[in-house]
Write a protein that binds this ligand. Structure first.
Ligand code: GLN
Length: 248
């Protein structure tokens, strides 16, 4: 009887161990969270997530000797997911801000961006100074939203930039504030109904998000990024997506 109990216990222990091992992170995989609603950095082509960030992530993963595994979720969830370590990284055109640096790690910058204004083609709004008292849409949880709140505009936030621009075209808001390259990409799909103003509202830099203090991974990615820059691979990727890039 004792033997049977011992054997059962041993078996149970073994099963537990195996299950535990299964949950352990696969060292050969780089898990990435993104929000595929941000063309041309990440967007859906059919079922596939594509874009400049995806190409950069694949190039980094290759240098790290890992396979890239992408999860498509809301923008704020992607940030939280990387900050808590649920995913190794969030790559989603994420602006490295001081506020975010309080609770997530950032690699070096890889792209310079700004917030831009989209208005309807016939709008009287020609510059940021014309925005006073206007209702402006943006994407939830972004630096665009933060800019609008900081400057006391009436804000309508949407889960995606596409919804924010739909609100503009249907006359629900007077303007959209969103990252410049994305503004151009979204506006280009509105059959000439919208235009992007030249004025840049902010200056921002995109970087890759990790868990706070994951310095080993940050270091590895920084090395990979520097190599990709040196090799001209970054410039090549940005050119492919018609993204202006100053390789310095
Ligand atoms: N760059 C902006 C931010 O970090 C928007 C990013 C996004 O919507 N994917 O808040």
């Amino acid at each position: 009887m004792k033997k049977i109990i011992a054997l059962t216990l041993a078996l149970m222990l073994m099963v537990c161990c195996l299950a535990g091992c299964g949950e352990k992170k696969n060292e050969n995989v780089l898990t990435m969270a993104t929000n595929a609603e941000f063309p041309p950095f990440e967007y859906l082509e059919g079922e596939t997530i594509v874009g400049a960030d995806v190409d950069i992530a694949n190039a980094i993963a290759e240098k790290l000797g890992k396979t890239l595994e992408i999860t498509n979720i809301d923008f704020d969830a992607a940030l939280t997911g990387a900050a808590t370590g649920k995913y190794d990284v969030a790559i989603a055109g994420v602006t490295a801000t001081d506020e975010r640096r309080q609770n997530m790690g950032f690699t070096n910058d890889y792209y310079t961006a700004s917030q831009a204004i989209i208005v309807t083609a016939d709008s009287a709004i020609k510059a940021a100074s014309d925005l006073e008292g206007k209702t402006i849409s943006c994407q939830e949880g972004t630096t665009g939203e933060q800019y609008l709140l900081d400057n006391s505009y009436t804000v309508q936030s949407f889960k995606t930039g596409a919804e924010a621009i739909t609100a503009l075209v249907s006359g629900k808001v007077d303007a959209v504030v969103i990252d410049d390259a994305v503004a151009r990409a979204l506006s280009a799909k509105q059959d000439g109904k919208t235009v992007v103003l030249d004025e840049a509202l902010t200056e921002e830099a995109y970087a890759i998000v990790t868990k706070l203090g994951n310095d080993a991974l940050i270091e590895e990615i920084n090395t990979a990024l520097a190599e990709l820059k040196e090799e001209g691979k970054l410039a090549e990727i940005f050119e492919k997506y018609e993204l202006p890039y100053d390789a310095e």
